[in-house]
Design a protein around this ligand. Structure first.
Ligand code: AMP
Length: 211
């Protein structure tokens, strides 16, 4: 099974992908996480990637497609996968098709801009294991500012600032929203209300994927 989560930054794609990954037993692949991994390890592409991510801009298609291709060649992808944050442009969606990949379902998570900004400003991430929490939702860490999974101190993402969030939403509307029509015309687009409590939207996601 191959599933894509569409939706603005901060709409809950990461949270929903992680929950669905556990339910279906297939990996959730986030291009944002792959890029943050490279930034952390300081690989040769780190400087170039950083110049985009820290300003809320999209990394060029050819670069991100190459990263995704390499990740999909991993044996854990053989039974299917969930894509979180890819594709983000029509060119990226076409690249998937050109790789011969047939997507079963695309889930578009809809959330109002105001709620997105609020969520992103209160989002906390673990610099050690990558877990994500949110001090303003039911995803609060058990102990304030401490990762439930590995005990490290939680931090804010560098691109979760008001200015960068505004840029990321603008970029999303200009470059990623056209994917709704792209997948709707292929009759595989399904929509979920991402403003609902996580337990409710994740149950909705599961039923959409199974039907
Ligand atoms: P995310 O964690 O999905 O919000 O991604 C963080 C940042 O990584 C984005 O703001 C982009 O700079 C970059 N990025 C992640 N996925 C992609 C993609 N599919 N295409 C281009 N840039 C991406």
């Amino acid at each position: 099974m191959k599933i894509i989560f569409l939706g603005a930054p901060g709409s809950g794609k990461g949270t929903q992908s992680a929950l669905l990954s556990k339910k279906l037993g297939i990996p959730a692949i986030s291009t944002g996480d792959i890029i943050r991994g490279i930034l952390k390890s300081g690989g040769d592409k780190a400087e170039v990637l950083k110049s985009y991510t820290e300003n809320g801009k999209l990394v060029p298609d050819d670069l991100v497609i190459e990263l995704l291709k390499s990740r999909l060649s991993n044996p854990d992808c053989s039974k299917g996968y969930i894509l979180d944050g890819f594709p983000r442009t029509v060119a990226q969606a076409e690249a998937l098709e050109n790789m011969g990949i047939k997507i079963d379902t695309v889930i578009d998570i809809n959330v109002e801009d105001d709620l997105i900004c609020k969520r992103m400003l209160s989002r906390l991430v673990c610099p050690k294991c990558g877990s994500v929490f949110n001090s303003a939702t039911e995803m609060k860490p058990k102990v304030q500012n401490i990762c439930d999974n590995c005990g490290a101190e939680l931090i804010q993402r560098k691109d979760d600032t008001e200015e960068t969030i505004r840029t990321r939403l603008k970029v999303y509307k200009e470059q990623t929203l056209p994917l709704r029509n792209y997948y709707s015309s292929k009759k595989i687009l399904k929509t979920v209300d991402g403003g609902a409590p996580i337990s409710q939207s994740s149950a909705e996601v599961l039923s959409l994927v199974k039907n």
